[in-house]
Design a protein around this ligand. Structure first.
Ligand SMILES: [Zn+2]
Length: 270
């Protein structure tokens, strides 16, 4: 029986996914994909008023509600803020997550960004993509999931403000026009009320939602549409080279519909 294409968006903290690729996930859901939003941590350091346990519970629930808004699942890998390291145990844990979700498309953090959690997430996901199909690579779980059939299509989202650690703009492979679904992306972000309120108090304005609006508009302006998100595809040998993400969306990566139209969503049978 054929199954929908499975998509995993895995970033470091709650709201990172929504900021950088929420619009694209909405479009992928509309196209019939099964979507999982995952975070490495529950955002346990993201509060000045709640302790780590309390804010973690609040932010897991916010992330779950945001995912639910688009009919996606939410999963937390239960690392802790500022304690994500590219080591043996961590790679096995991320690999196990991939094996449980069995994604064909993965969206993750970019290799260069303003903080270590984002960069470590990027490295761990990249290498977990390679490890997940290897039958001899064990994840040391009680009930390990089976290996992937093949390496998933891997994409990096934008770093914060689109720049690397030296403030230089990072290269972009393609854009996704999210203009039509932008209000839903905004609604997903609004689910992260604890972060929005915190910035509202700090800045005295709704900076949380405004920032992503401005960034979406900037990316949109680059391709002549109202709002866009930008991506880079990881093409290291032997990762998939074809752009399945754009094929599923039926976009050409420059703000136009693809000439061929969207592909049929069921890729293969299992
Ligand atoms: Zn983050």
């Amino acid at each position: 029986m054929s199954q929908p294409i499975r998509v995993l968006a895995l970033h470091a903290h709650p709201d990172d996914v929504e900021f950088q690729c929420g619009g694209t996930l909405i479009l992928l859901r509309e196209a019939g994909c099964q979507v999982t939003i995952a975070t490495m941590t529950p955002g346990d350091c993201g509060s000045a008023e709640h302790d780590a346990l309390a804010i973690s519970a609040i932010r897991r629930e916010e992330a779950r509600m945001s995912a639910e808004l688009i009919g996606a699942e939410y999963l937390c890998l239960e690392f802790r803020d500022l304690a994500i390291f590219n080591d043996d145990e961590s790679r096995r844990r991320v690999t196990e997550a991939l094996r449980r979700i069995q994604p064909e498309i993965i969206l993750t953090a970019p290799p260069s960004d303003y903080m270590a959690d984002h960069e470590m997430t990027s490295l761990l996901v990249r290498d977990a993509c390679f490890a997940a199909p290897c039958p001899n690579y064990t994840t040391r779980q009680w009930e390990p999931a089976p290996p992937l059939e093949k390496i998933p299509h891997l994409y990096f989202v934008d770093p914060v403000e689109g720049v690397d650690r030296d403030g230089r703009p990072v290269p972009v492979d393609f854009h996704v026009d999210i203009s039509r679904v932008f209000p839903t992306k905004r609604a997903m972000l609004a689910c992260h009320a604890s972060q929005r309120d915190w910035l509202l108090r700090q800045h005295g304005m709704d900076e949380y939602l405004n920032v992503q609006g401005k960034w979406g508009m900037q990316r949109g302006g680059e391709i002549g549409v109202a709002f866009a998100e930008a991506f880079r595809q990881y093409r290291g040998h032997p990762y998939p080279q074809g752009n399945l993400l754009l094929q599923v969306l039926g976009q050409d990566g420059r703000g136009k519909p693809a000439e061929t139209g969207p592909v049929i969503i069921s890729l293969h049978s299992r």
